[in-house]
Structures are given as C-alpha cells and as structure tokens.
Design a protein around this ligand. Structure first.
Ligand code: ACO
Length: 431
C-alpha cells in the first residue's frame, strides 16, 4: 500500500490514501470521506482542492514551469510557432506527424466557412454588443448546425471532425463579430491561407483590397494563441469540465466556458490592463498611484495583469510575451508608449514590498494586449482572442473527461449556514 494520511476527528481515526502524480505532486484522496466519516471538506474557491487527474498540462507555480503534454512552453516559442500543432498535441496527446498534420489542417480549411444562415445571427445583435456575448451565443448556435455531433462523439473520426469544426469556425465567428461591430462586410475565409493568416485576412481585408499578412505578425499570433492554449484547471476550463460532467456536448461546454473567461479576474483582465495603461498615458493616473490604489484594500482596483492563483513566480508566458512585444515592434519599426509604461509599472510593482510579500508577478495578460494592439486588434476583441487560443485546451479537457469511464457528474456539497427549521407564515399574519 502506498502512502496514507491520518485524519483524527472526534477521537476516531481515518486512514486516507495519498495519490502521487507523475511530477511528484501529492493529494489526499477524500472522495470516500463522507461515506466513512460523515464529513466533507470545505474549500471555497477550491484553493487546495484538485478536481481531477489530468495528463494534459503541467504547471509548477513556485518554479514558473508550464508544459503541454510534457513539453516546456518555451520550446513552442522558437522558430516559426505553430498553433495548430500545439492544438493537436493538447487534444490528441502527441505531436502530429506529416500526414496527421495535413489531415487535421485540411479539416480546418474545409470547415472555415459558417453556414449562411449563421450570418443573420450576427445581424440580430446590437452593433455594440459585447463580443464575448456574441461568441458564447454563437458557439452554442453552431451545435444546431451540426446536430450529428451532439451524439456519437465516442467515435474518434466524429470527434476529430467536431474538434476541427470548433477550432476552425471560432476564428470565423470572431472575425465576423469584429466586422459587424464596425459595419464592415464579412470577408469569407481564404483556403490558401494558414490558420492565423486567414484570421487576419478575415479581420482586415476589404472586398477590393486583400490584407497583406506580414510574417512577423502571423508568427506573433501563432505564439500568442499557443501561450493561451491550455492552463490546466483554471476557471473557464473547470467550467468546461463542470458542464461536460453532465454529458453536455462539447459545443455547449465550450460556450459556457466563454462566459467564465469573460470575467475581469480571468480572461477579461487583458482588457483591464490596456485600459489601465491607457489611463496612465492620458495622465489620469501615474504608475505610482496605480500601485498605491492596488494596495488599498478599500479600493476595488487591482493591478490587472498581476498575480495568479497558481504562479507564485514569473508566469513563463508573460516572459515570452514581453520579448515578443519587443521583437514585433522592432520588426514593424514602431514604438508603443504603452509598452514603456508597462515596463515601468512592472519594475515599480516588483520592488514594492506588498507585491513581493504576496508573490505577485506579471501574468499572461500583462503584455498580451500590447502584442494584440501591434496586430491592429481592438481592445474590445482581446478576450475573444484569448478564447480562440484557449479553445483547444477546453476541447482537450472535455475529451479527457469524456473518455474517462470513471468520470461522474460534478456535484459539490455545501455547509448550510441559513436558518434552522422555520415555518411558513401566511401573508396576512406577516409583519
Ligand atoms: N493587485 C493587487 N493585489 C492583488 C492582486 C493584484 N493584481 N492580486 C492579488 N492581490 C492580493 C490580494 O488582494 C490578496 O491580498 P491579501 O492577502 O492582503 O488579502 C493577496 O494578493 C493574495 O491574492 P488572492 O486574492 O488570494 O489571489 P487569488 O489566487 O484569489 O487571485 C487573481 C488570483 C484573481 C489572478 C488575482 O491575482 C487578481 O485579481 N489579479 C488581477 C486580475 C488578473 O490579472 N487576472 C488574470 C489572471 S491570469 C488569467 O486568468 C489568464
């Protein structure tokens, strides 16, 4: 028998198994605790609770390590980054060989168009509708057009096609959302272009003028999407698993995750960062005031793009993005004053005892907005870009749970703290 943990409550002793992961992480298994001891654990916000065993992504937050299927994130950033390769790896567990890559990439090309009836959905939204609301609604709507995928995802052939449809169409949906918000005509996908170049084309081409995709921007977009592709059991991914645990389909599960990602404490932080940097540039706030506001417990303001539930060290993605910002701006021959402000703010916060004591470092959202700006992506679309990147991770996590015969519907317990037995009082007797 492996290691066990002893729990003593009310003079009674219970022995609980300790599960050890492949990287040596240890967890006390408590799923039988209520049966044997009549006790549950209480962990609001799940600070010390593992919700599943997973073989997809490994993070060591103390050391600042992030690996997809064992491969360090830094290794995806060299040469020509390829988001589709990383997506395939996350979902299917291995890097694709030539033929598997061509097959998957072909499926993406063949699925890039939306059903014509979907166009009308975009027109039904107000012009200033939040893009994340459109994305969530439209991902769910997709399932209506692919009803054959709502059942039968156990068949690997059906699953790969469903995954390809989702990954391919999410970028078309995102681009159409942007075009609609600007009153611009929708640009159809171009089958000659690769995934990221095609997205930039659908965003920025005009019917009379093809947008010329610069290699440096195509590479930067691939990199950015890779860095967002999975991050184990974060808020939106846990949403996928929670919804998926009821055996809801992959479209509905991912649509729900978009809602979770939207929040400013999660994916929505990239918008808040840009707005904060913009305010500093406009003179509405100095970097020092920003840091002071973030430290003031009476002020709801946070230093957005700083801090992480798991990383108590540099977020490795933030390091890569910071370098990528420099590289892209240099290649474009541009300076972005917001990058200088971000650097200064980072330096100030990293020297401040409040941030040092709490181990608050820049996270992925701190520099991603600057890179997106360099690509011409408007702030309103930042969180949508995060969602495009995170989609393969959501699909991979949905699949892992779906393929696990031992998986059950999630149903956390609670500790009731409301009134004890109270009787109904008819209206005329109430005070
Ligand atoms: N600014 C100021 N104080 C902060 C910040 C911040 N950005 N982040 C954490 N703190 C403080 C907390 O107030 C808390 O202080 P206390 O101990 O005095 O009460 C302490 O640091 C510990 O933080 P927690 O709130 O326990 O951290 P938690 O794990 O709950 O939250 C989170 C993590 C939500 C990311 C938080 O750091 C935050 O709000 N950051 C800003 C928003 C952001 O950038 N979100 C993106 C995260 S990355 C992603 O989702 C892709």
């Amino acid at each position: 028998m492996g290691e066990t943990a002893k729990l003593i409550v009310g003079g009674k002793e219970y022995e609980l198994p300790v599960f050890v992961g492949t990287e040596g992480e240890r967890a006390i298994e408590i799923s039988k605790l209520r049966d044997v001891a009549g006790l549950i654990t209480l962990d609001p916000a799940l600070m010390s609770s593992g919700s599943c065993k997973s073989a997809i992504t490994f993070i060591d937050g103390e050391k600042g390590i992030l690996r997809y299927r064992g491969i360090p994130i830094e290794e995806f950033a060299v040469g020509e980054p390829n988001f589709i390769e990383a997506a395939y790896l996350l979902i299917f567990g291995e890097l694709p060989n030539d033929s598997k890559y061509d097959d998957f990439s072909g499926r993406l090309t063949n699925n890039a168009l939306l059903h014509e009836a979907m166009r009308h959905h975009f027109e039904g939204f107000p012009i200033d509708a939040p893009p994340m609301a459109i994305l969530s609604a439209t991902l769910n709507t997709l399932s209506c057009f692919h009803i054959e995928f709502l059942k039968g995802l156990d068949d690997p052939e059906v699953f790969v096609e469903a995954a390809a449809r989702l990954i391919s169409k999410v970028r078309t949906i995102a681009a159409f959302t942007y075009r609609r918000s600007r009153g611009l005509p929708f640009m159809y996908p171009d089958p000659k272009l690769r995934y990221c170049a095609n997205f930039l084309h659908m965003m920025f081409s005009a019917p009379y003028k093809q947008y010329e995709v610069k290699q440096v921007l195509e590479d930067a977009l691939n990199l950015l999407l890779i860095l967002h592709a999975d991050h184990e059991q974060n808020c939106s991914t846990s949403t996928v698993r929670l919804v998926g645990s009821s055996r809801a389909n992959v479209f509905a599960s991912c649509a729900a995750a978009v809602g979770a990602l939207w929040g400013p404490l999660h994916g929505g932080a990239n918008v808040e960062v840009l707005e904060m940097l913009d305010r500093i540039r406009a003179g509405g706030l100095t970097p020092a005031q920003c840091v002071e506001k973030a430290k003031d417990k009476k002020d709801p303001f946070k230093l957005y793009g700083f801090g992480h539930r798991v990383y108590k060290n540099f977020d490795p993605r933030a390091k890569i993005l910071k370098e990528a910002c420099d590289k892209v701006l240099l290649a474009l021959g541009r300076r972005d004053p917001l990058l200088d402000i971000a650097r200064g703010l980072e330096e100030l916060a990293l020297k401040d005892s409040y941030f040092i004591e709490r181990k608050l470092y820049p996270n992925v959202d701190f520099y991603s907005g600057i890179l997106l700006r360099a690509m011409g992506i408007p702030t309103s679309m930042f969180t949508v870009m995060f969602a495009i990147g995170r989609l393969p991770g959501w699909i991979a996590q949905w699949k892992e749970q779906h393929d696990d015969p031992s998986s059950k519907i999630w149903r956390p317990r609670q500790i009731y703290v409301g009134r004890t037995l109270t009787h109904y009082v008819p209206m005329h007797e109430r005070e």
